[in-house]
Design a binder for this molecule. Structure first.
Ligand code: NAG
Ligand code: NAG
Ligand code: ZN
Length: 186
């Protein structure tokens, strides 16, 4: 089991003691996309989302179940090609590959071909995601910059700034307004 996890996971150590753990599509049992459209890198935007439902997950098996349920809903109910987000991030501290760095997503109309869409699994209307989940989002963005997938001058926005929605929740939106690349008027 341990060996399987190692082969399906990208572990990246960035400074400090916490490692960024990106679970690839095979690692969470993603379905095959119906089609893909390449996205040019580096992208100039990062869009922050919450899942609202499914709710927060704190174990890897629960976060995998959340990724699968979002993918099923996006493909079978919305009729999309795949899960809409570029990445999910769970309360287990793992990042989960959705469409990834270089495939156009379906998460923020007008921004899908020039952004990485990151979904913090859970409903963050009134509660703040736990530190490990927020930390993983920061590490994932930094890794994307280091890998030249995200422009170092990227602008970070909440979904509600570009679409009429409550996403990413009032409390999380308040939090991201304090992040260095946050842009009030995208
Ligand atoms: C994204 O899509 C829009 C609308 O089709 C297009 O005008 C724009 O050039 C595209 N941007 C990139 C980076 O592909
Ligand atoms: C915003 O960031 C500053 C500087 O990092 C920090 O001191 C402050 O506590 C933060 N405020 C909130 C509301 O998170
Ligand atoms: Zn959203």
């Amino acid at each position: 089991m341990h060996e399987i996890l190692v082969t399906l996971t990208t572990v990246v150590v960035i400074g400090g003691s916490l490692a960024l753990n990106i679970i690839g599509r095979a690692g969470w049992g993603a379905r095959k996309p119906k089609f893909t459209q390449p996205m040019p890198n580096p992208v100039p935007f990062v869009v922050i989302h919450h899942s609202e439902s499914p709710g927060a997950c704190t174990t890897t098996s629960a976060c995998i179940a959340a990724m699968k349920s979002m993918q099923n809903y996006h493909m079978d109910h919305n009729g999309w090609a795949d899960i809409g987000y570029s990445f999910g991030v769970g309360g287990d501290g793992n990042a989960y590959e959705g469409r990834g760095w270089s495939t156009v997503g379906a998460h923020a109309p007008g921004y899908n071909n020039k952004s990485i869409g990151i979904c913090l699994i859970g409903n963050w209307m009134y509660a703040l995601p736990p530190d490990n989940q927020l930390q993983t989002v920061h590490q994932l963005i930094q890794y994307g910059v280091d890998q030249r997938k995200i422009n170092p001058e990227y602008k970070l926005v909440g979904h509600r700034q570009v679409t009429a929605t409550d996403c990413p929740g009032d409390r999380l939106f308040k939090e991201i307004q304090n992040w260095t690349h946050f842009t009030p008027k995208p």
